[in-house]
Structures are given as structure tokens and as C-alpha cells.
Design a protein around this ligand. Sequence first.
Ligand SMILES: C[S@@+](CC[C@H](N)C(=O)[O-])C[C@H]1O[C@@H](n2cnc3c(N)ncnc32)[C@H](O)[C@@H]1O
Length: 315
Amino acid sequence: MDKPVRPQDLYPDPRTVAEIDARLGAEWLLDLVPDERRIVDRYPDHPQWAAKLDEANERAVGRHEGGGRFDEREIWRLMARPSLFALRGANRRHYILDGIAMGVGIARRFAIAGPILDAGCHLGVTASVLARLLPNTVVGIDPIGATIDAAQALNAGIPNLSFVRSGLPWATDRRFGLVLCYDVFDHLTEGEQRRAIASLAELTLDGGFVVLSGLMLVDGGWAERANGWLSGGGLGYVACDVHGGFGGNPPDWASNPVAVLRKGTSEPLPDDLHDRTKREWDDYFKDYANASTTPRREATQAFERARRSAPLPEA
Ligand SMILES: C[S@@+](CC[C@H](N)C(=O)[O-])C[C@H]1O[C@@H](n2cnc3c(N)ncnc32)[C@H](O)[C@@H]1O
């Protein structure tokens, strides 16, 4: 039997994590808190769009309070503007940073040679940083046309990176060695989730990996239903972890569970996934992140993991 995969070994070294952080800041103005002066310097029309985003937010809250579901589609469409992404994305910087680090870590640890897919890529931030750090072909897909148009314009000139307008299920002959699907499933209905898993399984090469993040993973009933869908697609559980750390504006601690799956294996999602992810947070992260010696910007899982990660094989 294979040795269990330790979550920290799915991350690269501290220097690579710091490079991801630096790229998020320099290329996407994504920081612990948004720097509105820098944002306006780069995008002078930012204030008028920020006002539109506030209005869209109020509309979404109003609809929700009126009994509808919290529909964020208008907000995500507006956030296809990079200045609004820098403003609001700061709330998600810790998730984005950790998700990219895990993508790089898995690709290097398992010597993934095939293409990499980011399903639900929005503006293409994760896909873009992955394409800069890895030699693989990277593809981002998203169903919102405005985000794909912006992703193409903002990432022009990165030769191993491309974008396609599509949601999951994605009908294509292309196959991938690593598929990331971060923070998408919580926004889908159960029928859409079932079809999305079938599609993720089909898109993945034998032996390749799928990484899913979202709160549905720690809902025991969901995991039980999802195990049927996963085994139907030949996807088995490999490891779980948490992405997150110091985030939000005003700041707080926030985490999102993550499951790593592999095509051609058959282990079901464990029914104690919630406890396992909580242990990862309580036993390692909490003390590290609260230590006075930890720089605030390094209080994310990826930075903590990188310090304990086994050295990666030479590239
Ligand atoms: C909360 S955002 C997450 C964006 C990005 N993955 C991240 O973690 O920062 C959700 C994204 O999922 C996209 N989405 C919605 N339905 C989808 C589907 N069926 N397949 C793929 N992406 C979808 C949305 O357009 C949106 O860009």
C-alpha cells in the first residue's frame, strides 16, 4: 500500500511561496489589504467602478433578504475589472495564494508533465501565476464571458497560457494531468455538482490529480453522495487540507477545506474529513500563525506548510 500523503508535502519551498506572494502583489495588486492609491494609479477609472460594485452588492443582499439565494454572478462579472478584483480579492488573497502554492507543489512533487486546468478560473490569476512558475501548458475556463475576455487581455504574451469560455461540464477532447477547481462547487446546485464531477473525472488523465476546495466537503451528507459520483468517474481520495489564514477586511481568520483526488484510485472521501482538516489547522497552523515572529503576510497555510514540506525532487 502507498504511504499516505502528508498535506505539507503537497507544497513547494518557502522561496517559491514568497515568489507567488510577490507576483500576486506586483501583477494583480493583491495584498493583505487593498492599497487604493496604487489601484487608482494603475486604473484611474477605479472609483466609478467601485461605486457600481457597491450597488451590485446591495442588490444581491436585497434579493437575498427578500428570500432568494445569494446570487453573486453580477458581482463576479464586475470583478472581471482588475481594479475591482484588487479591491475585493484582498478578502480572498490567503485562499488564492495557498491554492496556487498547492498547485505548484503537486505538479512538482508528482512530476506532472501534462497540461494543467483551472476550472472556474475567473480572471485567470491562479492560472497566470502557475504558467509563470511551471513549464506546463495551463488552461483556464470560466462560464462568464467578461472574465474570460479580461483574462485573455491581461495575460496576453504568456506562451503556455490560454483561456476558454466554458463552465463544467466542458465538452472537449483535451485531457489534463492536474485539474484545480477552487471555490466553485459551493455556488452550484447539487445536479450541477454531479455533472461537474463527472466532467472533472473525464478531463483528467489516468494517474492525474483533481483538487477541489469548498465548504461542501465538510458536509457529511454531501461527502456520502459525492462518493458515488467520484467512484463513477474513477476518482479516489488522496489527502485533505485547508487553504486560508489571515484574510478579510476587517481582518479575521478564515479557512476553506480542500480535497486532493487521483484518477485511477478508489479510496472514498473519509467521513471524518471535517475533523482531519480541523486538526491540520489546530495542531500546526494556529500556533505558527499567532506567533509574534510570523510576519502577518506569511500567516497562511502555504507559508506554514512550506517550512515543514519535504524537499521537492530537483526540477
Ligand atoms: C467564487 S469564484 C472562484 C474563482 C477562483 N476559482 C478562485 O478561487 O479565486 C467562482 C467562479 O466559478 C465560476 N463558475 C460558475 N459556475 C461554474 C461552472 N459550472 N464551471 C466552472 N466554473 C463555474 C464563476 O463564473 C466564478 O468565476
